[in-house]
Design a protein. Structure first.
Length: 287
């Protein structure tokens, strides 16, 4: 049922989408391989039967996408690995699946993300201009190209954030489903205790300085991918810092949750995590 809902273009489908991987993780962790494969196959077949060919294919695609990372996390759970190992393995697997899908789309369909975004923006601008040409700036074609190139440049950060969000939700919900089923799974340490190694600050500064120069080829791609990854890590550190301060000051538990929202939504707040990593800020909040 969850897979069938996830294959629909509705609000319920968008919400249920986040339940697919935890449910598959729980099935593989709880059942033997044959029983788990049978249950998953029946779920896929049921989703295809309920939605038909039009909705069933997206549902099958969704299930297939989540199958590999869910299996990886479940196998680590079955082996009794600690939560950090399972989460890192799941994160890397989700990221690898996303990159593989992007590569397949580009290779099979000859899809260029920059060109596709630019064509969409140009088509939208042309529709607006047909009604009132004054609504469009004179250099709208250059603006569309710059927006498309900027969006593609942000693609590594978007992929990293998507992999991180899917992994965190899978760990949180999957662990609770397994606990409800009677299987004890180790949880992550409290977020207030999360700390990044200080040498990441120096790596970030070096990458930032190198990125000031025009780079092409492998080095340019490496720097462009490294900076978003480190900023994501510092953003998580900033959230941990908020929970640490809230615990030290004995604030209500809802306060750090509410404060974390702008930290996650507005990229400049990663600087809080950067400063927390570079300097011993936390000792000033401990009495």
């Amino acid at each position: 049922m969850a897979l069938a809902l996830a294959g629909t273009m509705t609000f319920a489908g968008a919400v249920t989408l986040w339940l697919v991987m935890p449910l598959i993780t729980a099935l593989i962790a709880l059942l033997n391989p044959v029983a788990a494969a049978l249950h998953i196959a029946l779920g896929f077949a049921g989703a295809f039967f309920l939605l038909g060919k039009t909705g069933g294919l997206p549902a099958l695609y969704t299930g297939a996408f989540f199958l590999v990372p869910a299996a990886v996390m479940a196998l680590f759970y079955r082996r009794g690995a600690n939560a950090r190992t399972a989460v890192v393995a799941c994160f890397l697997t989700v990221l690898a699946v996303l990159l593989l899908q992007l590569a397949l789309v580009q290779a099979v369909f000859r899809f260029d993300p920059s060109a596709g975004i630019r064509e969409y923006l140009e088509r939208t601008a042309a529709q607006l201009g047909s009604g009132d040409p004054a609504m469009l700036p004179g250099n709208w074609e250059d603006a569309a190209r710059e927006i498309a190139e900027g969006t593609v440049a942000m693609l590594p950060a978007l992929l990293l954030f998507a992999a991180f969000a899917l992994t965190v939700v899978n760990q949180y919900l999957g662990r609770r489903i397994l606990a409800w089923a009677g299987m004890s799974v180790p949880g992550l340490p409290p977020i207030r205790t999360w700390r990044l190694p200080r040498h990441l600050v120096f790596i970030y500064l070096i990458a930032l300085i190198v990125g000031l120069f025009p780079l092409e080829g492998f080095l340019g791609g490496a720097v462009n991918n490294l900076l978003p990854l480190l900023r994501l890590a510092f953003t998580v550190q900033a959230v941990g810092f908020l929970f640490f301060v809230a615990d030290a000051r004995r604030w209500p538990r809802v306060v750090p949750v509410l404060l974390s929202a702008p930290v996650l939504l507005f990229p400049p707040f990663y600087l809080v995590g950067l400063l927390d990593t570079a300097f011993p800020l936390r000792k000033y909040f401990v009495k």
